[in-house]
Design a binder for this molecule. Structure first.
Ligand code: CP
Length: 309
């Protein structure tokens, strides 16, 4: 495909190819032998309308490691503040012959809309509560490195699933690749469409984590709870925060994941987040760079504009 807008709709061989290429980049990154001219002459623009630490930085690193010119557009000091629309901003960037446009936006569907208006390859870096496809890829790669495969694993995604684009992309990817996906949280934070997606739903950590191979924690996304009830952090931690006692329900070799940013003491106890054996949170960030390199590499093969020098 020309863009990466969502995981939903991707076929297993396509996902497996992306993960295989990302695994190669992970090995190259560790050896310090990354290819530096694959994207020479290409321009990548990071257009983030919402805050980010991991995604924006790793797309910047990924682009630079492949030789692209990378521009981080500072939305807070751009003409968006003077009332310029998303589409006018996009056509301005289009006129500057941008090749790869990485966008994060609070509105679900904004990257898809943009992809119809620009010649650049558009990559969804998180849109509202819809999807965060590169996060699901890096999560899958991290799981595969630890468990050797994705099919038939029991993966528990816990916490605020309702507001989580990370959860939606992970559900689509993991089910497509043959894993058994459970979602665990209070009824108020489980999306209505969950059962239709083919996941198992649990409202206690004891039941949801029983026999799990992977425990994936999500933060309470308070910025998307406008008008709704915001659970108290202390109460949430008591029932759904991952600590040693709750992790003991899962398999003894279960790995612990978190997409970040973490709220320690709310959805995860510090001792678990920092556990050198069970927690793979640092490795998720490392795999983020590798996966984004793989995505840029693959999309660059189908670019419409011939601006390569
Ligand atoms: N996981 C994730 O998307 O992190 P950032 O918001 O820091 O990019």
């Amino acid at each position: 495909p020309r863009h990466l807008l969502a995981i939903e709709g991707l076929e297993p061989p396509h996902i497996a190819d992306m993960l295989d290429l990302a695994e190669n980049y992970a090995l190259l990154n560790r050896s310090g032998k990354t290819q530096r001219d694959l994207l020479k002459g290409r321009t990548l623009i990071n257009l983030f309308f919402e805050d980010s630490t991991r995604t924006r930085t790793s797309f910047e690193l990924a682009g630079k490691r492949l030789g692209a010119d990378v521009i981080n557009m500072a939305v807070s000091t751009s003409s968006v503040n003077k009332g310029e629309t998303l589409l006018d901003t996009a056509s301005t960037l289009n006129a500057m012959q941008c090749d790869l446009l990485v966008i994060r936006h609070a509105q679900s569907g904004a990257p898809a809309l943009l992809s119809q208006k620009v010649e650049a390859a558009v990559i969804n870096a998180g849109d509202g509560t819809h999807e965060h496809p590169t996060q699901a890829l890096l999560d899958a790669l991290t799981i595969r490195r630890h468990k050797g495969h994705l099919d038939n694993l029991v993966i528990a995604i816990c916490g605020d699933v309702l507001h989580s684009r990370v959860a939606r992309s992970n559900i689509h990817l993991l089910l497509t690749m043959g894993a058994r996906v459970r979602i665990v949280g209070p009824p108020t934070l489980i999306p209505a469409e969950a059962a239709r997606l083919g996941v198992e739903i649990f409202h206690t950590m004891r039941e949801g984590l029983a026999g799990a191979d992977v425990v994936m924690m999500l933060r309470l996304q308070k910025e998307r709870m406008a008008g709704g009830l915001v659970p108290s952090s202390r109460e949430f931690f008591r029932f759904f925060g991952l600590d040693a006692e709750k992790l003991a329900y899962a398999k003894s070799d279960a790995i612990v994941m978190h997409p970040g940013p973490m709220n320690r003491g709310v959805e995860i106890d510090s001792a678990i987040a920092d556990d050198p054996v069970r927690s793979v949170i640092g490795e998720q960030v490392e795999m983020g760079v590798a996966c984004r390199m793989a995505v840029l590499d693959l999309l660059a093969r189908n670019l419409r504009r011939n601006t390569r020098i």
